[in-house]
Write a protein that binds this ligand. Structure first.
Ligand code: HEM
Length: 305
């Protein structure tokens, strides 16, 4: 947990801001057209998070990005079928790199979240070697993509609601609450990871038998009309509380503060820098991809002015 405390995340804010500004410089240089998903959403993972959190160099980032991009493919492999060779290769390469990263931090700890995890284990915490490896592998390669997916959802909502976006440009103090509303309505996917029922039970009138695989949806409670009246209406003034976009219980997202921070910084800087930015085609139809259950907006073509 110390690796993801608000104090630790505050340390990232300056570097995430600098990286986001660099992304916007690139957009301005190559503009006036840009793709908000490719030029902002994807970079949030690679640059803002991997650079700010783990200070990865270009070679290492390329390994994690290749792995990250291929992950959705794992959910389309049928039982008994082998993985595609490029998928296997990307996983093996990433696993090797994680081992090297752990060794590096053991020899020379740094003030970053990987050293925090290594120290947590070495201080007698319950993380075994295998768990330590899995945490770093999962966080650097897989979990980060949730942030780019959620950023895509936020961009889509903000750029299809011109009047509300104008209010945020006029009063940036409203942005953090607006991001909460974006996360409520258009987050990163429809399902959590699968669970297996350990006993017979009943949830909301549905019988669940021991051994059944269950994939709860964090988004469906976000659309509950008893909690959020007129739930499909996007309203930056709603100030939603207790959204389930980050799951709940023991597996509640450990990166929730970091994810929120990265998206808030990206949106704040984008709105301040390009207040006239808009979608090129007002009738643009979003196309989603990603792993089963994920909402990964494929592209969002925009213009700076
Ligand atoms: C806005 C961005 C993000 C969203 C919407 C999100 C969403 C979620 C959700 C719904 C879960 C629960 C999954 C389940 O219960 O099966 C989860 C778990 C997790 N998330 Fe995130 N996440 C985000 C960002 C991040 C970031 C930036 C990191 C790491 C740096 C991260 C690391 C994790 C980890 C490690 C878990 C598993 C925790 C456990 O199983 O104990 N997430 N996330």
């Amino acid at each position: 947990m110390p690796a993801f405390s608000s104090r630790r995340i505050e340390q990232f804010q300056t570097s995430i801001t600098a990286i986001v500004d660099g992304m916007l410089d690139g957009i301005e240089k190559n503009g006036p057209e840009f793709d908000a998903m490719k030029d902002i959403g994807a970079h949030l993972v690679v640059d803002a998070l991997l650079t700010a959190m783990v200070a990865m160099d270009e070679r290492r980032k390329a390994i994690f990005v290749a792995f990250h991009d291929l992950i959705p493919g794992t959910t389309y492999v049928k039982p008994g079928q082998p993985w595609a060779p490029e998928l296997r290769q990307a996983f093996d390469r990433t696993m090797e790199e994680v081992k090297v990263i752990i060794e590096e931090r053991r020899v020379a700890p740094r003030p970053d979240f990987i050293s925090d995890l290594v120290n947590a284990r070495d201080a007698g915490d319950k993380l075994s070697d295998r768990e330590l490896f899995d945490q770093i592998f999962g966080i650097c390669g897989a979990s980060l993509s949730a942030t780019s997916r959620a950023a895509g959802g936020a961009l889509w909502l903000l750029y299809t609601h011109d009047e509300q976006r104008r209010q945020l440009i006029a009063d940036p103090a409203l942005i953090p609450e607006a991001i909460e509303e974006c996360l409520r309505l258009g987050s990163n996917g429809y399902f959590t990871f699968p669970r297996i029922a350990t006993r017979d039970t009943e949830v909301g009138g549905t019988q669940i038998l021991k051994g059944m695989v269950v994939r709860p949806s964090p988004l469906s409670p976000n659309y509950d009309p008893d909690v959020f009246p007129d739930p499909l209406r996007f309203d930056i003034h709603r100030k939603p509380k207790r959204i389930l976009s980050f799951g709940a219980g023991p597996h509640h997202c450990i990166g929730n503060i970091l994810g929120r921070t990265a998206i808030t910084i990206a949106i704040k800087r984008l709105l301040a820098r390009f207040p006239k930015a808009h979608m090129i085609d007002p009738n643009f139809t979003p196309v989603y991809g990603g792993a089963v259950g994920e909402l990964r907006l494929q592209s969002l073509p925009m213009r700076i002015h």
